[in-house]
Design a protein around this ligand. Sequence first.
Ligand code: BES
Ligand code: MN
Ligand code: ZN
Length: 461
Amino acid sequence: MSMPSFADPSEPAIPLHLVAQSQLEDWLSEQPYPVSAWVSSLGFAGSLGQAVLVPDSNGTPKLALAGYGTEDTRARGRFHLASALSKLPKGAYAIASGLPEGDAEVEALGCLLAGYRFDRYRPQTPMAAELAAPNSSNAHVLHAIATGEALTRDLINTPASDMGPDNLEEAARDLAAIHSADLSVIAGDDLLAQNFPMIHTVGRAAHCAPRLLDMSWGDAGPKITLVGKGVCFDTGGLNLKPGASMGLMKKDMGGAASVLGLAHMIMATGVPIQLRVLIPAVENSVSGNAFRPGDILTSRKGLTAEINNTDAEGRLVLADALSYAQEAEPDLIVSMATLTGAARVAVGPDLAPYYCDDLQFVAALETAAQTQADPVWRMPFHTPYEAMIEPGIADLDNAPKGGFAGSITAALFLRRFVDTSTYAHFDIYGWQPSDAPARPKGGVGQATRALLQTLNGMAQT
Ligand code: BES
Ligand code: MN
Ligand code: ZN
């Protein structure tokens, strides 16, 4: 992994001015002629993402300009400083003017996130420019957030050949070791002995044994349990996915990757909570012992589920993990999962759709999503659709026919395994389909920064 840190504060930095389109004329008029002539000659118009370096008469960098666009163009995206910075040549830059004080932290974070490179299999060209941490910012916290996000991205980007359930366990073990957290693992046939039948059933056809990872950290404050879908590869099982749909399914542990990244942020910044992370880690594979369409499974909680599609495996492994989470009666359970294609169709890759009926949590999350530039969108636990997940011959149907409201019915399925008042569920995509500011193409965390701020708030009250 590589995620750069801020520039060494003891080294001199090139002053970086953000100039909005409407301010450019004024700004230029205050500059000596060589500066304004140079900037104009390069076609700098103050558009978002534009950046120019201005040398002095000796040819050494004197200042840099980053376009800050207009209110309209800024509203169309996020992390504008990062996109300008990534176009500047090697050097350390310090924000000198033009950025509202309240935006400095998140824009600086964007600059760190933009420097992420997935270089496990091939060296990658690092970002040339480095930002000096803004004076107003808490560089330590921003660094912890960026490192957590890099962990999430690395875990998602690593293909199933190197990120099976065993490797995911190893990643959780490494993380636990860094923060002196406890990790226990229940694997293989022990899952049956200890009553995790759904996790075992989904994962049993794979070469690498299914397992449940259980990490805990912190001994005071609210009890918060994060549950992440850790399907290390999703072939669809016997209801095999067509090639085009299977191509990206190394990312089906995106929920697990997100909760591990978030756990790093929580532990590295010392959020005073009692944290627990549960990850059912499996591969949904095909073999003679694979579970079949029509099978009826009994969950840990005792609820039965008719398998109408082996490709709706995420809700099955999560069901056992969620009921296990609930048994300890935490103050809040949050699940994160690349659970349905329907969520992606509904809101696309940029928004994290989530379900929660605790309006205090909802309000805090929405505020945090704004501050953290980590957009979320609330979806309904629409109770009238409960009938859709009731097949008649079992308590639950894992794949209602017709696919109406696919993300909602999956969320309703999960909710059957928890106490409804303390539950939030995120049906994330976990993948950035093309390069965007601070988010290079590939695995990406969603809602983790918004959740960090929300949990921080819960811990303070
Ligand atoms: N992992 C997939 C969901 C997914 C697909 C997320 C594509 C993001 C992109 C999940 O296990 C799945 O296959 N869900 C099925 C459920 C259906 C069979 C009820 C789906 O959404 O098609
Ligand atoms: Mn599936
Ligand atoms: Zn899946």
